[in-house]
Design a protein around this ligand. Structure first.
Ligand code: SF4
Length: 195
């Protein structure tokens, strides 16, 4: 088995990457570093769920450094104006720490559960991971887990896991609320046309 450091954004998104990577012969070590998650109570809730699941599955979990001030300095000023640039900076902060931990632990392969969610910027995330991994002499394990997102949703519901409805930062919470309101309005308008 080849050890692989798997940066995890939450427990539900870890389910399928852990299963699929293990099928490939990797032994995932999960790494939590998500200073982007706001408010702190939400961060703690997601982390608590991941801790429970890792303990239950006997999967090693490393809780790495989280520099909230660096996130506020380097990511928050981009705000809602430019999601691509904001998320790229956010991925870079988290994945840089994950790469540092992989290096420190002598783990040569690295991947992220961000690659399971269709709501993430897949290509940007992989580009950032590839660059940071190369700088540390690590091998980025880039897989498109998105086809397994529905299965991750199904399994996490079945397990009664906590499932959040926004990515993590305050901007994503506002964007997700706006999206839900827009979809609700569209459904209402469609129903109105049918009546
Ligand atoms: S939307 Fe998600 S990835 Fe993008 S900046 Fe916010 S927390 Fe980070």
């Amino acid at each position: 088995m080849t050890r692989l450091l798997l940066h995890a954004c939450c427990a539900p998104c870890s389910l399928e990457p852990v299963r699929l990577l293990a099928e490939e012969g990797f032994e995932p070590v999960i790494c939590w570093t998500n200073p982007n998650i706001q408010p702190v109570a939400e961060h703690d809730r997601r982390l608590a769920e991941l801790r429970r699941w890792c303990a239950d599955q006997d999967i090693p979990l490393i809780e790495a450094g989280e520099d909230r001030r660096a996130w506020e300095r380097g990511v928050a000023p981009i705000g809602a104006r430019d999601r691509l640039r904001r998320c790229r900076a956010c991925y870079a902060l988290r994945l840089a720490e994950a790469c540092r931990v992989a290096s420190e632990q002598g783990i040569g392969h690295i991947a992220t559960t961000l690659a399971v969610s269709p709501y993430q910027l897949f290509d940007t995330c992989n580009e950032v991971l590839g660059r940071l991994a190369a700088a540390r002499g690590l091998t980025p394990v880039v897989r498109d887990f998105r086809p397994w997102y529905p299965e991750a949703t199904r399994r996490s519901r079945e397990l009664g896991m906590y499932r959040q409805n926004y990515c993590g930062c305050r901007f994503s919470a506002a964007e997700a609320a706006l999206d839900r309101a827009r979809l609700r309005d569209e459904r209402r308008a469609a129903k109105h046309r049918e009546d």
